[in-house]
Ligand binder design. Sequence first.
Ligand SMILES: [Zn+2]
Length: 221
Amino acid sequence: MKYFTVLISFLLLLSCSNSKNIIDRPITFNEERNELTLDYLSERYGLEQEAPTINPKIIVLHWTYIPTLQKSFDAFYDTKLPDWRPDITSASGLNVSSQFLVDQDGTIYRLMPETTMARHVIGLNHCAIGIENVGGTENTPLTQDQIDANIWLVNYLKNKYDIEYLIGHFEYTNFEHHALWLEKDEGYRTQKTDPGIDFLNAVKNATKHLNFATNPQKNTY
Ligand SMILES: [Zn+2]
């Protein structure tokens, strides 16, 4: 019995040393951001909600295209888009953000509650959890540590929520005719390449056992 207990303790120790942590590092989520998020849900998606919550169905992987953790964090921190002007904007003044930010060394930061809406993917924010990765520029490509951290985080999220899809940001327009797509303005699209095909495939290949659904085909008519 004693040996058994020792063995179990040893195994627990092993599994713990292999596990990752999530570090909470909140961006501003004050009354103004709350209101802007509710407005976004209403104006973009026709969803009238009491609270800016989401029902997670998709995980979207990104790169920030900003070389450092601090500058990436700063980009999401403020409530309003830095260049937003109410008189010329057609979309929303709500600043971009994501629920998670992964540094180049694989450290995982949670910027806001997992089921609060972040603005990170047109059409799908009401059901998408975003994982941003620091870097993606020529001099700061995404790293193996970030791949490992994303794999861990995807497992963590899939175990917690009823998530159907894992996609890279560049794949988001595949969902234009899917039931989950709610963006009303057909002219509101941006071209995306993040987080790169190699990074996405590495995470997808390592999470095949989670049985995510195949992406819908992009409609080309
Ligand atoms: Zn992105």
